[in-house]
Structure formats: structure tokens, C-alpha cells
Design a protein around this ligand. Structure first.
Ligand code: SF4
Length: 321
């Protein structure tokens, strides 16, 4: 059971800083922005401050690490639920370096780093490596360097990116796939359109699920044949939630099943599809012309997390040497 998170797929969250900038349609109703505004104004947008809390995060992480060791288990830790770990700002470089040091020193925690900026990962890791070298922190620099070149990637880092529609799939997945990681995953939440993971590039040669991928000259020294290890899918929650068509979720489920990739269906969100246009008492029924469908606003709890009557709770298996 999560100690400080209601997110189904994680045990804990640890935030090294709060604050972020919006980068894509999935950010429109950013939950973290709303939460942050309750406690601290001015943390959002390119000109906003970032509230760094590295030492508190280190203490939290070390506590979870000690518990994992004592209980002989691993915990999944969602990293920076209140920000984006790979936001490219110089005022975050120091905090990011310390966060990497914490991750390095907690091998019994699986750190799930979910970003909407996967194109920044390698450059920011390389910056962090250079900063660690300059600071004489050789062990940390060596660890980051090994990650960058996959010699090996840290066994306790799961790297993911958000894919809310096909445009984001085409942009983000190829750059995620070139970064070495123990697990690479997608969060298709809030899912805002259909996504085909089996032919991502214009020529249809990138099958992100089966790993038939040539790096096409990208700077990929080690990786050949990468693929995604896990797909999470969910609809949007919150007062301004947008509906998710069931066919979009079904398609992801079926693509994952065909490729043997674990699939987790997290939630419908606020809306459920109403194929016969029937509104339950007290609910809000709306026609969404763009989706050619009718949806009933029943709330996240009532909408639940069954897809065609089935709970999907797939998780990746991580081989450990
Ligand atoms: S990247 Fe994440 S934290 Fe940042 S604005 Fe978008 S949804 Fe919010």
C-alpha cells in the first residue's frame, strides 16, 4: 500500500523539487499545478520559481530504502510527481545531481522517472556527469557515465514518458528508446486520442513494442533492438477532465497483448462512454462531436477501472543479476 501516494502503480512518491512548465496537451489540467498552488504560489511556468527540497527527499528515500532492506522487498518510487525531472533549467542542475546521488545510493528502490521531455534526458545526464566530475565526485560521475552508455544502465531506474496521442508517441518514444534503462514505460494518461505503437515513424519501421528498431544514425552507442517494457493507460480525472474513447484504450490493450508487453489499465477518469446515450441519475450526459460519441460524467470512483469487464494490472518483470 502506498504510504504517501494514491497512484495505483507506485508505493511511494519522492519529490526533489516542486514546480514545472506545461509542454503538451496532457499538461492542460496538470494535477501538480493545482496542488502546488494550494501551498506555494508562483511555481509554474518558465518564469516561475522551483521549490527545491533535496534534503527532505533524501531523508524520505533513505527511510524507504531501510524499510525495503528490513522487509526484504522492493518499493516502486514515483520520482517528482510535482515536477518533471528532466525540465531543462540551470537552476535545477544541482538538485538533479543530488537526486541522482540519492537514486544511486538506494538500490532497493525502483525509481520511476516519468517525463514529458525525454529528448532532454541524455544531455541532462551528461551535464550532471560533468558537474559530478568538476565537484570531484568520481563515484557518482562514473555511475552516470555507465548509465549513459548502458554499461550497464542502473538496475533501479525505470524511465517513462507520457504519450497522450499519436503526435506525442511519434515525438517522444523514439528518443526514449535510445536511453539505456532497466525498464522503459509509457504513461498513456490522460489518453486523448488513438495511439499506434507498432509503426511510429513515417516509414512504419519503428515498432516500439516488438523492438524492431534501427537507430537511424541517432547517437546510440550501445542499444540495438530496444522496446517498451510496460504501458499504463488511463482517462483524465478532475473537474475539467476530457473523456477517453474506449476504442483508444482497447487498441492499446490489444497491441500490448499481441506483443507480450504488460498493460495496466489505471482508470476511466471522470467520464464513461454511454453507447446508448443514457444518463444515470444525477449525471452529466454530453455529446462529444470530435469523438462521435456520448459520454456520461459519473466521477472517477464510479467509472472504475474495468476495461470490457476486466481489470488489467500488468507490471514488468525485471531480471536482476
Ligand atoms: S510536465 Fe507534468 S508536472 Fe509539468 S506541467 Fe506537464 S503535467 Fe504538470
Amino acid at each position: 500500500m502506498a504510504e504517501n501516494s494514491k497512484i495505483e502503480w507506485t508505493d511511494h512518491t519522492v519529490n526533489f523539487w516542486w514546480g514545472c512548465s506545461k509542454v503538451s496537451p496532457a499538461c492542460a489540467h496538470c494535477y501538480a499545478e493545482g496542488q502546488a498552488a494550494r501551498f506555494h504560489a508562483g511555481l509554474w511556468g518558465p518564469d516561475g520559481e522551483r521549490r527545491v527540497r533535496v534534503e527532505a527527499a533524501r531523508r524520505e528515500a533513505m527511510r524507504y530504502e531501510r524499510r525495503a532492506v528490513a522487509e526484504g522487498r522492493r518499493f516502486r518510487v514515483f520520482t517528482n510527481s510535482m515536477s518533471d525531472f528532466f525540465e531543462d533549467r540551470r537552476d535545477l542542475d544541482g538538485a538533479r545531481l543530488e537526486a541522482l546521488d540519492v537514486i544511486r545510493q538506494t538500490p532497493h528502490l525502483d525509481w520511476l522517472i516519468l517525463t514529458k521531455r525525454p529528448e532532454k534526458i541524455r544531455d541532462l545526464l551528461r551535464n550532471a556527469m560533468a558537474d559530478a566530475m568538476d565537484a570531484g565526485r568520481e563515484d557518482l560521475a562514473t555511475w552516470i557515465d555507465a548509465w549513459d552508455f548502458g554499461r550497464p544502465a542502473p538496475a533501479n531506474v525505470w524511465l517513462g514518458t507520457t504519450v497522450e496521442d499519436q503526435e506525442r508517441a511519434d515525438l517522444r518514444i523514439p528518443v526514449l528508446l535510445v536511453v539505456p534503462a532497466a525498464v522503459r514505460f509509457l504513461s498513456c494518461e490522460p489518453l486523448l486520442g488513438p495511439v499506434d505503437l507498432t509503426s511510429l515513424d513515417a516509414s512504419g519501421e519503428l515498432d516500439a513494442l516488438r523492438g524492431t528498431f534501427d537507430d537511424g544514425g541517432l547517437d546510440t552507442p550501445i542499444i540495438r533492438g530496444p522496446k517498451l517494457d510496460w504501458v499504463i493507460c488511463g482517462g483524465e480525472s478532475g473537474p475539467h477532465a476530457r473523456p477517453m474513447h474506449p476504442d483508444w484504450a482497447r487498441s492499446l490493450r490489444d497491441q500490448c497483448a499481441a506483443a507480450g508487453v504488460p498493460f495496466l489499465f489505471k482508470q476511466w477518469g471522470e467520464w464513461i462512454h454511454s453507447p446508448d446515450g443514457v444518463c444515470r441519475p444525477g449525471c452529466d450526459l454530453r455529446l462529444f462531436p470530435d469523438l462521435h460519441a456520448t459520454f456520461d460524467k459519473v466521477g472517477k470512483k464510479a467509472a472504475g477501472r474495468l476495461l470490457d469487464g476486466v481489470e488489467h494490472n500488468g507490471y514488468p518483470e525485471v531480471a536482476r543479476g
